[in-house]
Design a protein around this ligand. Structure first.
Ligand code: BGC
Length: 338
């Protein structure tokens, strides 16, 4: 690190301290809700386990591996809409599988976030989403009403498109009402529109009296670094060779200070629910490691619990073929010895 860069880092830290944000979130009365989640990982959104358990990649032993690997919670990504019948009833077999996930994660000592992940379906067909999402929470919330406090509900991953701020504020209030009917004391996770963009936090409307809400945002900056080569991410498909730079750390520090200031003013705890760098782009592992370490450190310095994107499928921290951790990424996330 150059002296100039060290000076820049020190200056940003001093400004954050002067603004009173360095020691920010988790803040306010809802702090206990945030305190139960510290270091997590996103799991099984794209695993065949949901359609055909016989083909599951994720096995029971992985819960223990995740715990022993130093993580304390899992964010379970649920594409539930495709498991509903014509009357929006969830397939009983799918629900039993979900029971298994919640039970086994708990047995392994992991907290659980049930994250409804049909964000693309919601952006494509808002009228259907407005029926299916309430139907989902009407079935799932009562089912886990007696689950331990270490189970939290995330109403919808990354609302975007027609789910603009106003539409999302209205829909999320309806969903929260559904959840609260059976789960008055459950931690509920809600993030702002535009893919849980922190810049949209100011548009998020939450009921003042409900202090058991954990606010989430996702952070993939610098996007041209984290998503280079990603076919699903607009024009990123042909981007390659973008280098990680410690300027990315400074940017994260500034952005997280903005989030922490919001959290402090609103007295809301905050979760960084996703971050990571795409692994199939040819980006050298040491670059991904430097990125992962920097963002994790900055999130922790700002007081945010976090969940890495993701265990398997892509952006890997676990290698199914080798049946073990992608150790450099794991130890960038969990620095202390196991
Ligand atoms: C999406 C994934 C995507 C990731 C990073 C997640 O919210 O579900 O499909 O790979 O963001 O872009």
């Amino acid at each position: 690190m150059t002296i100039l860069r060290e000076m820049k880092l020190a200056l940003v830290a001093a400004i954050a301290l002067l603004c009173g944000v360095a020691e920010a979130a988790p803040a306010g009365a809802a702090a206990p809700a945030a305190a139960q989640f510290r270091r997590g990982v996103n799991i099984i959104g794209y695993d065949p386990i949901w359609k055909d358990p016989a083909k599951a990649r994720f096995q029971q032993k992985h819960f223990g591996e995740i715990r022993r690997g130093g993580f304390d919670f899992v964010r379970v990504n649920l594409f539930a809409f495709e498991h509903m019948d014509e009357r929006n009833r969830l397939d009983p077999k799918w629900l039993e599988r979900l029971d298994w996930v919640v039970r086994e994660a708990g047995k392994a000592g992991l907290g659980v976030i049930l994250d409804e992940h049909d964000f693309d379906a919601c952006a494509k067909d808002l009228p259907a989403c407005k029926v299916k999402l309430p139907a989902f929470w009407r079935q799932v919330a009562p089912r886990y009403a007696r689950a331990p406090a270490s189970v939290a509900f995330e109403l919808l991953n990354e609302p975007y498109g027609p789910l603009d701020a106003d539409t999302w504020n209205t829909l999320s209030a309806e969903l929260l009402g559904i959840v609260r009917a059976s789960n008055p004391a459950r931690t509920v996770i809600i993030g702002p529109t535009q893919w849980n963009n922190f810049a949209q936090l100011k548009t998020l409307k939450l009921p003042e009296a409900d202090r058991n809400i954990l606010v989430t945002f996702h952070y993939y900056e610098p996007f041209r670094f984290t998503h280079q080569g990603a076919s699903w991410a607009g024009d990123m498909k042909d981007v390659k060779g973008v280098q990680w730079s410690e300027d990315g750390r400074l940017q994260a520090r500034r952005d997280f200070a903005t989030v922490a200031a919001w959290a402090k003013a609103q007295r809301r705890p905050v979760l960084l629910g996703e971050f990571g760098a795409y692994d199939m782009s040819g980006t050298p592992i040491d670059q991904r490691v430097a990125y992962t370490k920097a963002i994790r450190e900055e999130a922790e310095a700002a007081g945010f619990p976090w969940a890495y994107w993701q265990f398997d499928s892509n952006f890997l921290v676990w290698d199914m073929d080798k049946d073990g951790w992608v150790e450099p990424i794991r130890s960038a996330l969990i620095p202390s010895p196991r």
